[in-house]
Design a protein around this ligand. Structure first.
Ligand SMILES: Cc1cc2nc3c(=O)[nH]c(=O)nc-3n(C[C@H](O)[C@H](O)[C@H](O)COP(=O)(O)O)c2cc1C
Length: 390
């Protein structure tokens, strides 16, 4: 067997202070990486980057510090972000660095990353969610597991007074993050080689199409019907509708002797048979519908039947086209270990006139159908990539 390629990791810290806990995590990660075969991790300093100002972009060139930084990002296979939480979000130094590297041509695209953090009570978790949200546009694939949050203020401290990580259990957890990042990076790189190869025929992908709205003339139902129709014109995809309306509302008291109610068992069994999922997710009050959340929660009960599979989200709703429900779904996906495609995103304002739907909720707009088809093609490729990279 050919030796596995060396994975180059850029380690980036969102805090600039000397005794930073997050800096301590990065130093520890670099030290730990030396004991992992096939990884080379380098610290990339973001403290010298100017604050992003598009006026600094002259004749398609960036300031020298930015050009040097972008080159380092370009040369890396993947990234380790240590992300402190400032006011429930990422720090300005980190966002600034992310934004500079995202300028044309983005040097993040289609690479992998892991996020770690040390902070207050929630260990920096809220900053991690914001990076994940940004990562969708950047087309970064962030590992789901293991997650790493560390409460830096709990006594006895896991850091010394210089911010060095001194707790051996945390070091073990940190090492597991690096191992997972290495494995996911190799998996996506190798999977991409398969997708691009001339090997034919490629395995066929089974997609479960799930709708978060129950009404007959649902726009999201219309998207699902359209997707199923469009899938017939794509080689190597078989898409089936999975009805989630018969599922009872989740109540753990319904779980008896390790068994679920019959409708739930049947649904879970079906989920197991699919390679990936297409969720049509309407937005109810800035989040997913209870109908969809209920189905996801049942599927996530042990053993989780969604784990390590891929998915795409589409939505039709009010002004923002269901975008906020998509973000909530992506957040849930971290725990249930679903890998969502980043691109293309698909949001549709269903209220806009002239309507893209008829009165039965059927999608009638040909341009929108093309965009929907692009989602399916991307889901197929990403699923093959994940499966074949193993
Ligand atoms: C402007 C500012 C806002 C902060 N907001 C939060 C917060 O929302 N949540 C949190 O857990 N800690 C918050 N903190 C505390 C940081 O977690 C703490 O300063 C931590 O040490 C920062 O990471 P570092 O040690 O790597 O610099 C905040 C700190 C600053 C300076």
């Amino acid at each position: 067997m050919a030796p596995k390629p060396l994975i180059k990791v850029a380690a980036i810290c969102g805090s600039l202070r000397k005794a930073s806990y997050n800096g301590g995590l990065i130093r520890s990660a670099i030290e730990l990486s030396k004991s992992i075969d096939g990884i080379k991790m380098d610290y990339v300093d973001i403290s010298l980057l100017p604050l992003l100002n598009q006026d600094l972009e002259v004749d398609g060139k960036y300031p020298p510090a930015v050009e040097a930084f972008r080159q380092k990002i370009l040369e890396s296979d993947c990234f380790l972000f240590a992300s402190p939480e400032y006011n429930y979000s990422v720090t300005a130094p980190l966002k600034n660095a992310i934004d500079w590297a995202s300028r044309e041509p983005s040097v993040w695209a289609d690479k992998t990353a892991a996020i770690i953090s040390a902070g207050g009570g929630f260990g920096g978790g809220r900053s991690q969610y914001h990076i994940r949200q940004t990562a969708v546009f950047l087309d970064l694939h962030i590992i789901n597991k293991p997650e790493f949050f560390l409460n830096a203020f709990q006594q006895p401290s896991k850091f010394d007074s210089d911010g060095n990580l001194i707790d051996s259990e945390s070091k073990e957890k940190l090492k597991d993050v690096l191992l997972s990042l290495k494995e996911f990076t190799l998996r996506l790189q190798q999977g991409m080689q398969f997708v691009k190869s001339n090997i034919t025929p490629k395995p066929s992908i089974k997609v479960a199409a799930i709708c978060g709205s129950l009404r007959k003339a649902s726009y999201n139902g219309g998207l699902i019907r359209s997707a199923i129709e469009l899938s017939k014109s794509i080689d190597g995809i078989k898409m089936d509708y999975v009805d989630i309306s018969p599922l009872p509302l989740l109540n753990q008291d319904l779980e008896v002797d390790g068994k679920y109610p019959p409708a739930v068992e049947a649904f879970r069994q079906k989920m197991l048979e699919f390679d990936c999922f297409l969720f049509a997710s309407p937005e109810y009050y800035y989040s997913v519908t209870a109908t969809l959340k209920n189905a996801i929660d049942w599927a996530s009960r042990a053993p989780n039947v969604l784990a390590d599979k891929s998915a795409a989200i589409i939505s039709a709703s009010g002004g923002f086209g269901g975008g906020r429900s998509q973000y909530h779904l992506r957040q849930t996906a971290v725990f249930i270990d679903l890998h969502f495609i980043n691109k293309p995103e698909f949001f549709l304002n269903a209220m806009e006139q002239p309507s893209k739907f008829d009165s039965d909720g059927n999608l009638i707009d040909s341009e929108t159908k093309e965009r929907l088809k692009d989602v399916l093609v991307s889901l197929k490729k990403f699923t093959l990539r994940l499966q074949q990279g193993n």
